[in-house]
Design a binder for this molecule. Sequence first.
Ligand SMILES: C[S@@+](CC[C@H](N)C(=O)[O-])C[C@H]1O[C@@H](n2cnc3c(N)ncnc32)[C@H](O)[C@@H]1O
Length: 253
Amino acid sequence: MENEYYYNETVTRFYDAVYENFPNLKIGSDFYLDEIRKTEGKILEAGVGTGRIFMPAYNSGADIYGIDYSKNMLDVLKSKLPVKEHHRVWIDDIRKFDTGDSFSLVISPFRVFQHLLTIDDQLGALNSIYNVLEPGGRLIFDVFNPDLKRLTTPVENVLEHEGEYLPGHKLQRYASVSYDNIIQQMDIKFKFIWEEGGLEKTDTFSTPLRYYFRYELENLVGRTKFTIENIYGNFNREALSNKSSDQILILKK
Ligand SMILES: C[S@@+](CC[C@H](N)C(=O)[O-])C[C@H]1O[C@@H](n2cnc3c(N)ncnc32)[C@H](O)[C@@H]1O
């Protein structure tokens, strides 16, 4: 399953260290944990990653499962889970999967849907998720709300994280971003610089990300059997507006 979108060893290794205290991420995880708390029945996280949200949900007693197509990311998640619970997470591609089980809630937090570049991929994911939901079940996912200024402003090597990945071991992440507004895609390149064994090491990770506009999302969902329950403009559940940072979709089966 290794392809251009695959989370490589380096981005996986530093994922938790970078995102642990990343600005504004906690409010998003609190939002999803709140939805999980309100749910009776099984929950699936589509694009579960290293378990940033899965682990606190599991630790608070949620009957939660997770899929991801990056083995690297799942290996990190499994290292946090007791072995007898490893059955809860497995490798799968959200564009085309079936679990043989059904869920009350599917979440796909932190821009997972932006990894779905084509309309076929997006519809594939929505339809696969629809099929594993119970009647009345919900899908919640977020994508960013495009900021028109940023879409015309490429950035080059901006230092956006500086900290330690282990006590005394420096980690920096630089980002370069370019935009193609015809295919609504941004290309992100991260450069990691870290200290290890007394040496400075470096590696990169690149990924294309799709960005979405509001009516595009509504049309996309209109091509599925889902109904739109709500679209929030941020994780405080405020309505979508010109100032919104996010588009958070709550869809119902
Ligand atoms: C930004 S991370 C988010 C991880 C986690 N949901 C979180 O909130 O930290 C995106 C994740 O989506 C996964 N992913 C992207 N496309 C996928 C696909 N088609 N099928 C399964 N997982 C996918 C990536 O491997 C990565 O782990």
